[in-house]
Design a binder for this molecule. Sequence first.
Ligand code: S3P
Length: 450
Amino acid sequence: MTHSTAKPATFRPAPALRGTVRVPGDKSISHRSLMLGALAVGETRIEGLLEGEDVLATAAAMRAMGATITRDSEGAWLVSGVGVGGLLQPETALDMGNSGTSTRLLMGLITSHGITATFTGDASLSKRPMGRVTEPLGLMGADFVTSPGGRLPLTMRGLSPAVPIEYRLPVASAQVKSAILLAGLNTPGLTTVIEPVPTRDHSERMLAGFGADLTVEIDSAGARIIRVRGGAELRPQHIVVPGDPSSAAFPVVAALITPGSEIIVQNIGLNPTRAGLFSVLRDMGADLTYTNERTVGGEPVADITARHSSLTGIDVPPEIAPSMIDEFPILFVAAAFAKGVTRTSGLEELRVKESDRLSLMAQGLVRLGVRVNESEDGLIIEGSGGEQLPGDNAPPTISASLDHRIAMSFAIAGLGTQGGLIVDDMSPVATSFPIFEDMLAELGAIEPVS
Ligand code: S3P
């Protein structure tokens, strides 16, 4: 899953974007549907699965541990599970590619099985911290031999029966929360996660749907207390995965910054723990409307209409960060086109994503002529007031650094940069949004990709 050849691409100022498009299925929900389907006894049917490399890494790992997973047609997959506690010893190392979510959630699952597994990943994943999961999973009884700094490659051995814990999350992380809850499925007694700052709750929703014994309570300080009692059988489900709001963010911002644009992005998941970007953009003056609002598979869904808008810089409240944690790179692009200053803070987590997103976004925007001030935990961006970004004499080459969202954010910035820009490698986009360039072509933003 590492890409041997880089795929550079040029993005130039675009005419008005027009049209109605869909984006691929939600990445978080896709991972979880494969994992829980693989633990249920019987056949789970998934529609709208994201067929990106990250999710395919999860599918391969669940197969390696005994589940039968087949593709029926585009986005439609069938999973026959092994039952809670029934995962088998994988015969070879699990290659997680670029996917932090696959790695951390699967480490949770393996924690309460008496099996040994080795995790490997690409250069980006091998730099990411795993101590945040090895610490609580170690308390449950798993053993880890990691590379220096607690990183991949690592080998772990789970414990059956594992030990239930009560764990208060030191960082707001849905991955850590989910890893512990998944470990708790096959752990006797009550496993408890206390989440002082709410993060995406797809695991809780889906676990409840599959019949896990799970409760969520809010304490007097507003913390969420999530308890799972191990041992319940999971029942196979029919899951319909909504479009990924983190992917919809790219065409939405492209339309907002490109004069004359009006687009509709259909079928987008708008779970409140994920929809922070759209409310921040509205606060900046974005003309965004939701239509056809409905509930699909326990998740709120709508079609989003986005029209070109005059954006104004704002102070983004740090409390909103968990509900748009993956959307800051594209928010920074929107801020670069706004009138006035946008200030962000409380974003130290962005430094340990697929890349150091604060530093890469600051460097790249500065190359496009934007005034950016980088602090430890955020960026302050002075926008162009809707004018095209000045760019450079020759289109500058921006490094995506194996980060799909950096690649896509600068692709969108290029649509509004005089003379355009080159993204050095678009291949990481295949992890989450394989049809990204096709979709831009459909909206008239770029020439059709051959
Ligand atoms: C994810 C949680 C987030 C997010 C990632 C997907 C998930 O990570 O950045 O892309 O599916 O649980 P953290 O939990 O590390 O914030």
